[in-house]
Design a protein around this ligand. Structure first.
Ligand code: TIU
Length: 225
């Protein structure tokens, strides 16, 4: 493949799909459906469901290209050995990480609530990362997997914008990736935090990365938005 140029904020984003991964952050039932971690923290999880169709369209287009897809889940081992007490004991959630909820144990790998939503379920051959932190690179082998595949650019979708998505963006930026966040394929429980994240990422000459609507990407890939 060769370079494509996409109209983005704060200026054009140039990428070669052969060296670009679609990174989908934590589109798991825990955050998008009632009864999971997101709701246990007091959030209205229905807000996040609005981005699912746009995420599906991008994933389908990216799969048609045959380019690299990465799915992450915020997930802990069943013994919670990878969940620091500072994370488990933070705040006053209705259910803590590891507690039994309506979709199984909260934020524990393999539980029903920890699965990626069916609309975006991984296919064989796509990379799946269980991450114990908010960032996709902390305590995972993600950087090494991407390096082995010659990936230099990341197109990012997922939830929530200012927590796991922004942390992953910053981790990726520090590791040398050029990152594009698709603004209609990411969502927060707090509209102001999403807006602030899009602004702070792109400020100061793309200090962390670029932002664009998914239609701009689909247009470049020759797909209808
Ligand atoms: N609470 C919240 O907004 N997010 C998280 O805890 N994890 C992710 O963003 N995936």
């Amino acid at each position: 493949m060769s370079n494509l140029t996409l109209a983005a904020r704060p200026f054009d984003y140039v990428f070669d799909p052969a060296h670009t991964a679609l990174l989908i952050i934590d589109m798991q039932r825990d955050f998008v459906e009632p009864g999971g971690f997101g709701e246990s923290l007091g959030n209205d999880v229905s807000l996040l469901q609005a981005i699912v169709p746009a995420c599906q369209a991008v994933l389908q287009a990216w799969r048609t290209l045959g380019a690299c897809v990465v799915h992450t889940r915020e997930a802990h081992r069943p013994d919670l050995g990878d969940c620091p007490p500072a994370k488990r004991l933070r705040g006053q959630p209705r259910l803590r990480i590891g507690d039994m909820g309506p979709m199984g144990r909260i934020l524990v790998a393999g539980e029903p609530g920890n699965q990626i939503i069916p609309e975006l379920a991984p296919l064989p051959g796509e990379i799946e990362i269980d991450k114990p932190g908010k960032g996709a690179f902390y305590a995972t082998g993600l950087h090494e997997l991407l390096q082995q595949r010659g990936i230099t650019h990341l197109i990012i979708m997922g939830v929530t914008t200012e927590v796991c998505v922004q942390t992953s963006l910053r981790e990726a930026n520090d590791r040398g990736y050029d990152c594009l966040l698709l603004e209609d394929c990411t969502e927060s429980y707090f509209a102001a935090f999403k807006a602030a994240t899009l602004d702070m990422v792109t400020a100061q000459g793309a200090i962390v990365g670029w932002v664009a609507p998914s239609a701009a990407l689909l247009g470049q890939l020759g797909m209808p938005a």
